[in-house]
Ligand binder design. Structure first.
Ligand code: PEP
Length: 243
Protein backbone atom coordinates (compact mmCIF):
# COMPACT_ATOMS: atom_id res chain seq x y z
CA UNK A 1 0.00 0.00 0.00
CA UNK A 2 1.35 3.47 -0.82
CA UNK A 3 1.78 5.75 2.20
CA UNK A 4 -0.40 8.87 2.48
CA UNK A 5 2.06 11.75 2.28
CA UNK A 6 1.64 15.52 2.71
CA UNK A 7 4.90 17.21 1.71
CA UNK A 8 5.52 20.95 1.95
CA UNK A 9 7.98 22.81 -0.28
CA UNK A 10 8.96 26.16 1.21
CA UNK A 11 11.13 27.07 -1.79
CA UNK A 12 13.26 30.18 -1.02
CA UNK A 13 10.91 31.40 1.69
CA UNK A 14 11.43 31.65 5.41
CA UNK A 15 14.07 32.63 7.93
CA UNK A 16 14.77 31.40 11.47
CA UNK A 17 11.70 33.30 12.66
CA UNK A 18 9.60 30.89 10.56
CA UNK A 19 10.70 27.91 12.65
CA UNK A 20 7.69 28.53 14.90
CA UNK A 21 5.45 27.40 12.02
CA UNK A 22 7.43 24.16 11.73
CA UNK A 23 7.09 23.64 15.46
CA UNK A 24 3.31 24.19 15.28
CA UNK A 25 2.99 21.72 12.40
CA UNK A 26 5.19 19.17 14.22
CA UNK A 27 3.16 19.40 17.42
CA UNK A 28 -0.15 18.84 15.62
CA UNK A 29 1.27 16.14 13.32
CA UNK A 30 1.39 13.53 16.07
CA UNK A 31 -2.43 13.39 16.07
CA UNK A 32 -2.86 13.29 12.27
CA UNK A 33 -2.59 9.92 10.58
CA UNK A 34 -0.43 10.65 7.55
CA UNK A 35 3.27 11.01 6.77
CA UNK A 36 4.13 14.71 6.91
CA UNK A 37 7.30 16.12 5.38
CA UNK A 38 8.49 19.73 5.28
CA UNK A 39 11.26 20.88 2.95
CA UNK A 40 12.49 24.26 4.21
CA UNK A 41 15.39 26.20 2.68
CA UNK A 42 18.76 24.53 3.35
CA UNK A 43 19.93 26.96 6.09
CA UNK A 44 16.90 25.98 8.20
CA UNK A 45 17.14 22.20 7.82
CA UNK A 46 19.28 21.50 10.88
CA UNK A 47 17.19 23.64 13.23
CA UNK A 48 13.94 22.33 11.72
CA UNK A 49 15.04 18.72 12.21
CA UNK A 50 15.65 19.47 15.89
CA UNK A 51 12.02 20.56 16.31
CA UNK A 52 10.30 18.18 13.99
CA UNK A 53 9.30 15.16 16.13
CA UNK A 54 6.94 13.13 13.92
CA UNK A 55 7.38 15.57 11.05
CA UNK A 56 10.10 14.51 8.59
CA UNK A 57 12.41 17.12 7.08
CA UNK A 58 13.65 17.20 3.49
CA UNK A 59 15.90 19.21 1.22
CA UNK A 60 14.78 20.86 -2.00
CA UNK A 61 17.69 19.71 -4.17
CA UNK A 62 21.03 17.92 -3.97
CA UNK A 63 24.06 17.41 -6.19
CA UNK A 64 24.57 14.14 -8.05
CA UNK A 65 28.17 13.77 -6.83
CA UNK A 66 29.11 12.56 -3.37
CA UNK A 67 31.41 15.54 -2.70
CA UNK A 68 33.88 17.78 -4.49
CA UNK A 69 34.56 21.15 -6.06
CA UNK A 70 30.96 22.28 -6.64
CA UNK A 71 30.73 25.77 -5.19
CA UNK A 72 27.31 26.58 -3.80
CA UNK A 73 25.95 23.04 -4.06
CA UNK A 74 24.76 20.67 -1.35
CA UNK A 75 25.38 16.92 -1.28
CA UNK A 76 22.85 14.30 -0.28
CA UNK A 77 25.19 13.22 2.52
CA UNK A 78 25.23 16.78 3.89
CA UNK A 79 21.42 16.85 3.91
CA UNK A 80 21.37 13.59 5.88
CA UNK A 81 23.99 14.97 8.25
CA UNK A 82 21.69 17.95 8.99
CA UNK A 83 18.72 15.71 9.75
CA UNK A 84 16.94 15.42 6.40
CA UNK A 85 15.41 12.14 5.29
CA UNK A 86 13.84 13.22 1.96
CA UNK A 87 14.85 15.42 -0.96
CA UNK A 88 12.74 17.03 -3.70
CA UNK A 89 14.35 16.45 -7.11
CA UNK A 90 13.47 17.67 -10.59
CA UNK A 91 11.06 20.38 -9.50
CA UNK A 92 9.96 22.34 -12.59
CA UNK A 93 11.57 25.47 -11.12
CA UNK A 94 14.92 23.64 -11.28
CA UNK A 95 14.24 21.97 -14.61
CA UNK A 96 13.35 25.35 -16.15
CA UNK A 97 15.60 27.72 -14.20
CA UNK A 98 18.73 25.56 -14.07
CA UNK A 99 18.31 23.34 -17.13
CA UNK A 100 18.03 20.11 -15.14
CA UNK A 101 17.43 17.16 -17.47
CA UNK A 102 15.75 13.84 -16.78
CA UNK A 103 19.12 12.08 -16.72
CA UNK A 104 20.52 14.55 -14.20
CA UNK A 105 17.44 14.07 -12.03
CA UNK A 106 18.00 10.29 -12.17
CA UNK A 107 21.67 10.69 -11.22
CA UNK A 108 20.68 12.90 -8.27
CA UNK A 109 18.07 10.34 -7.23
CA UNK A 110 20.67 7.53 -7.30
CA UNK A 111 23.00 9.58 -5.11
CA UNK A 112 20.17 10.51 -2.74
CA UNK A 113 19.31 6.84 -2.29
CA UNK A 114 22.97 5.88 -1.77
CA UNK A 115 23.11 8.48 1.03
CA UNK A 116 19.92 7.30 2.71
CA UNK A 117 17.47 9.94 1.45
CA UNK A 118 14.13 9.15 -0.17
CA UNK A 119 13.82 11.20 -3.36
CA UNK A 120 10.56 12.98 -4.22
CA UNK A 121 10.80 13.10 -8.01
CA UNK A 122 8.73 15.82 -9.70
CA UNK A 123 7.23 15.52 -13.18
CA UNK A 124 4.84 17.76 -15.08
CA UNK A 125 3.85 19.24 -18.41
CA UNK A 126 3.73 22.91 -19.45
CA UNK A 127 0.54 24.69 -20.39
CA UNK A 128 1.45 24.52 -24.10
CA UNK A 129 2.12 20.79 -23.87
CA UNK A 130 -1.25 20.22 -22.18
CA UNK A 131 -3.04 22.37 -24.77
CA UNK A 132 -1.35 20.40 -27.56
CA UNK A 133 -2.64 17.12 -26.07
CA UNK A 134 0.89 15.98 -25.16
CA UNK A 135 0.61 15.91 -21.36
CA UNK A 136 0.55 12.13 -20.93
CA UNK A 137 3.39 11.49 -23.39
CA UNK A 138 5.59 14.20 -21.86
CA UNK A 139 5.08 13.14 -18.25
CA UNK A 140 5.49 9.42 -18.93
CA UNK A 141 8.69 10.12 -20.89
CA UNK A 142 10.00 12.17 -17.92
CA UNK A 143 9.13 9.30 -15.58
CA UNK A 144 10.89 6.64 -17.63
CA UNK A 145 14.24 8.50 -17.57
CA UNK A 146 14.11 10.39 -14.24
CA UNK A 147 13.70 7.45 -11.86
CA UNK A 148 16.51 5.42 -10.25
CA UNK A 149 16.88 1.63 -10.22
CA UNK A 150 15.44 1.31 -6.74
CA UNK A 151 11.70 1.69 -6.06
CA UNK A 152 12.29 3.51 -2.73
CA UNK A 153 10.96 6.78 -4.21
CA UNK A 154 8.00 9.16 -4.17
CA UNK A 155 6.57 10.62 -7.38
CA UNK A 156 4.98 14.09 -7.53
CA UNK A 157 2.88 14.97 -10.58
CA UNK A 158 2.99 18.76 -10.77
CA UNK A 159 1.59 20.36 -13.93
CA UNK A 160 3.81 23.43 -14.41
CA UNK A 161 0.80 25.62 -15.24
CA UNK A 162 -0.86 24.75 -11.90
CA UNK A 163 2.08 25.72 -9.66
CA UNK A 164 1.43 28.94 -7.80
CA UNK A 165 -1.34 29.99 -10.21
CA UNK A 166 -4.51 28.91 -8.41
CA UNK A 167 -5.30 26.72 -11.44
CA UNK A 168 -5.91 23.01 -10.86
CA UNK A 169 -6.51 20.29 -13.49
CA UNK A 170 -9.96 18.71 -13.57
CA UNK A 171 -10.62 15.55 -11.56
CA UNK A 172 -10.68 13.65 -14.88
CA UNK A 173 -7.27 15.04 -15.88
CA UNK A 174 -5.67 14.17 -12.54
CA UNK A 175 -7.27 10.69 -12.62
CA UNK A 176 -6.00 9.99 -16.13
CA UNK A 177 -2.45 11.10 -15.27
CA UNK A 178 -2.18 9.30 -11.92
CA UNK A 179 -3.60 6.05 -13.38
CA UNK A 180 -1.06 6.23 -16.21
CA UNK A 181 1.78 6.90 -13.76
CA UNK A 182 0.73 3.92 -11.63
CA UNK A 183 0.67 1.66 -14.70
CA UNK A 184 4.13 2.81 -15.74
CA UNK A 185 5.53 2.36 -12.23
CA UNK A 186 4.27 -1.24 -12.39
CA UNK A 187 5.96 -1.66 -15.75
CA UNK A 188 9.27 -0.31 -14.38
CA UNK A 189 9.36 -1.83 -10.90
CA UNK A 190 6.94 -4.76 -11.04
CA UNK A 191 4.91 -5.37 -7.87
CA UNK A 192 6.88 -2.70 -5.94
CA UNK A 193 5.33 -0.08 -8.25
CA UNK A 194 2.08 -0.53 -6.32
CA UNK A 195 3.67 0.78 -3.10
CA UNK A 196 5.11 4.01 -4.50
CA UNK A 197 3.19 7.09 -3.36
CA UNK A 198 2.11 9.36 -6.22
CA UNK A 199 1.50 12.92 -4.99
CA UNK A 200 -0.41 15.63 -6.82
CA UNK A 201 1.09 19.14 -6.67
CA UNK A 202 -0.12 22.50 -7.96
CA UNK A 203 -2.27 25.00 -6.06
CA UNK A 204 -3.42 22.51 -3.40
CA UNK A 205 -5.29 24.42 -0.68
CA UNK A 206 -7.45 23.50 2.31
CA UNK A 207 -10.48 24.24 0.08
CA UNK A 208 -9.67 21.74 -2.68
CA UNK A 209 -7.67 19.08 -0.81
CA UNK A 210 -10.60 16.79 -0.01
CA UNK A 211 -11.71 16.57 -3.65
CA UNK A 212 -8.15 15.88 -4.85
CA UNK A 213 -7.45 13.23 -2.20
CA UNK A 214 -10.64 11.35 -3.17
CA UNK A 215 -9.12 10.59 -6.59
CA UNK A 216 -7.82 7.00 -6.94
CA UNK A 217 -4.03 6.80 -7.19
CA UNK A 218 -3.61 10.21 -5.54
CA UNK A 219 -1.69 9.30 -2.39
CA UNK A 220 -1.09 12.81 -1.11
CA UNK A 221 0.16 16.22 -2.15
CA UNK A 222 3.27 18.28 -2.68
CA UNK A 223 2.26 21.72 -1.46
CA UNK A 224 4.03 25.02 -2.04
CA UNK A 225 2.39 28.24 -0.82
CA UNK A 226 -0.11 26.53 1.49
CA UNK A 227 2.68 24.77 3.40
CA UNK A 228 4.18 27.98 4.75
CA UNK A 229 1.61 28.40 7.52
CA UNK A 230 0.41 25.78 9.97
CA UNK A 231 -3.14 27.13 9.63
CA UNK A 232 -3.13 26.14 5.92
CA UNK A 233 -0.98 23.00 5.96
CA UNK A 234 -2.66 21.27 8.91
CA UNK A 235 -6.16 21.19 7.31
CA UNK A 236 -4.57 19.68 4.18
CA UNK A 237 -2.90 17.00 6.33
CA UNK A 238 -6.24 16.33 8.07
CA UNK A 239 -8.08 15.97 4.75
CA UNK A 240 -5.44 13.47 3.65
CA UNK A 241 -5.72 11.47 6.87
CA UNK A 242 -9.50 11.30 6.46
CA UNK A 243 -9.40 10.35 2.77
C1 PEP B 1 5.22 23.49 -5.74
O1 PEP B 1 5.96 24.42 -5.99
O2 PEP B 1 5.69 22.35 -5.63
C2 PEP B 1 3.79 23.76 -5.60
C3 PEP B 1 2.97 22.76 -5.72
O3 PEP B 1 3.43 25.06 -5.36
P1 PEP B 1 1.94 25.61 -5.03
O4 PEP B 1 1.30 24.64 -4.08
O5 PEP B 1 2.17 26.95 -4.42
O6 PEP B 1 1.22 25.65 -6.34
Amino acid sequence: MPQKIAAGNWKMNGTRSSLSEIQAIAEAAQDIDCTAILCPPAPLIHSAAGLAGPLAIGGQNCHHAKSGAFTGDISAEQLVDCGASYVILGHSERREGYGESDTLVRDKAQEALRSGLTPIICLGESRDQRTAGQALDIVLAQLSVSVPDDAQIIIAYEPVWAIGTGLVPSVAEITEMHDALRAQLHAIYGASGQDISILYGGSVKPSNAQEIFAIPNVNGALVGGASLKAEDFLPIMRSLAES
